[in-house]
Ligand binder design. Structure first.
Ligand SMILES: *[C@@H]1O[C@H](CO)[C@@H](O)[C@H](O)[C@H]1NC(C)=O
Length: 142
């Protein structure tokens, strides 16, 4: 029990909700602007609708897999959570819920490099495709 409380405190201490422009700057610095043809606004849009910019976001799926972090990386295909059988395409742990989003970014680049591209994200298909994506970086100076 004490260990559990400690783990929860650690998770709470290091998770983070990004400001929109802060995320835009972080993604730009990581080379995401235009990566595989997806604009910076497109990436920010995906993060907004997948996680509300909250690195601690997780979401259970019907197939018992789980999605993790700012880009909701899936435990069946892309990361290993030690529970779901996984192909672990990004060769990473699903421990993606901290303020350091570098693993999430690297994995998102891997995901978007598959034939499905950015359409791998439900949020893209529902909220970003055909929208004005410049609004997601407006006023950010990026
Ligand atoms: C996967 O990650 C492990 C540990 O980080 C590393 O040793 C291994 O070489 C990686 N495998 C591939 C296929 O990249």
């Amino acid at each position: 029990m004490r260990a559990l409380v400690f783990l929860l405190l650690v998770a709470a201490a290091t998770a983070k909700v990004f400001e929109q422009c802060e995320l835009a700057r972080t993604l730009k610095a990581a080379g995401m602007d235009g990566y595989r043809g997806v604009s910076l606004g497109g990436w920010v849009c995906v993060a907004k609708w997948e996680s509300s910019y909250d690195t601690a976001a997780t979401h259970p799926n019907r197939d018992k897999s789980r999605d993790y972090g700012i880009f909701q990386i899936n435990s069946r295909y892309w990361c290993n959570n030690g529970v779901t059988p996984t192909s672990n395409g990004c060769n990473i742990s699903c421990d993606l819920l901290t303020d350091d989003i570098s693993d999430s970014i690297t994995c998102a680049k891997r995901v978007v490099s598959d034939p499905r591209g950015i359409r791998a994200w439900v949020a893209w298909r529902k909220h970003c495709h055909r929208e004005d994506l410049s609004q997601y970086v407006a006023g950010c100076g990026v």
